[in-house]
Write a protein that binds this ligand. Sequence first.
Ligand code: ADP
Length: 476
Amino acid sequence: MHTNLINGEWVDASEAQELRNPSDLDEVVGVYAIGNREHADTAISAARHAARGWARSGIQLRCDALDTIGTELLVRREELGALLSREEGKTLAEGIGEFTRAGHIFKFHAQQALRAQGELVPSVRPGLHVEVTREPVGVAGLITPWNFPVAIPAWKIAPALACGNTVVFKPAEFAPASAWALAEIIHRSGLPAGVFNLVMGRGQEVGRAIAEDPRVNALSFTGSAATGQRLAVTAAHQLKRVQLEMGGKNPLVVLDDADLQQAVDCAVQSAFFSTGQRCTAASRLIVTAGIYARFRDALLERTRSLRVGHALVKTTQIGPVANAAQLDTNLRYLDIGRQEGASLACGGDRPTLPTRGHYLSPAVFVDCDNAMRICQEEIFGPVAALIHARDAEHALELANATAFGLSAGVCTSSLHLAQHFKRELRAGMVMVNAPTAGVDYHVPFGGTLGSSFGPREQGTHAREFFTQTKTTYVNA
Ligand code: ADP
């Protein structure tokens, strides 16, 4: 059994789960502990105990540890990428790509550890000197979802440690294998006991215990909007620092003057790659009148040609849905779309393949109304809604008519229109002639409105959340 890592020791749990491969439900990926409140409590105590020492640790030590972790992630990316594909169902190329990204993230933050900076400022009062420095926050509670089982943990854990915080990490119960592999690598990287702790378990038990514990100073969460909102309330009661990354209902706008092939590529990648299970996926394709029919036909043709299959098979482009609960949600929304009067032009069926898996063919609803539930609620599956817009201004209005604001894209060959959409799209990330999903690791990631709350993640901006500012006055 793969157990929890608490205070530098592997700790057994009385409960465990058999993790099944969504590409082949007859294959057991591994057995993983399901921790409980006590595990969370002991891990938080350990992290609290280690916090002072780690906050004062040398930056070279932090840099070396994070760099060692990054190196191992990169060296083992093929093996670990296959594990990720087996537990989550994304294609092997995507699994390897995700471990590669995790490796790069650790290496980036290894260097960030060396770049801690402060300011020495003259005082307005004679004789005084002012120092502005950044200090670690203390214990960071990190709660992550199943769709990026190693990249999201990496982009929270690496900056938390680089900034001198200790960590209690709870991965998603649906995908603990990549997280456990990462924890095992971190364990061997030379960090003092208690600096990094892994507690696998249910959100309702372990996640809540972490969120509600006053000894946890900062809570960084990625997951559903419903859970995020609940955590915001918990954090507010304790005045706990909180960072939330939640859903999206991201638009990709295709304007009359777009390059058709490029627009279709962007749409297919954004909507269906990683089986549509990305918070930056484009689930609303908003297309203006002059290109609508041509775009629709080309999109349907491309979508029908996508190869759904076992994640480890080389020719597969779309892996299975990650778990049974998500498959149920997707099927439910396909029904909702039909009931709302949207026309399902392709996909949405469950192909029969040599292995028993959660397969679903990519679905396109055409002639949708932006007010429909399938255009307003996050589905998180390979389901796209095509929405007709009269012209560019109407497309912009529809794109912004959403409760979310994570990512938004526009396909156009007009510099003028690209500029206009860059300015006016209400989203934390805007893509011009590029897919809405697929982002760099050295620049900020996050959204506006109902998608995100708190400081941005990733890149140099990550330190905004994982440090707090101290102003010191020295009379000398
Ligand atoms: P998803 O729909 O992606 O599973 P969730 O928000 O349910 O989204 O889960 C994201 C993460 O939040 C998972 O690690 C899950 O265990 C955790 N989680 C779920 N409910 C709670 C909760 N009440 N308190 C803290 N964490 C939770």
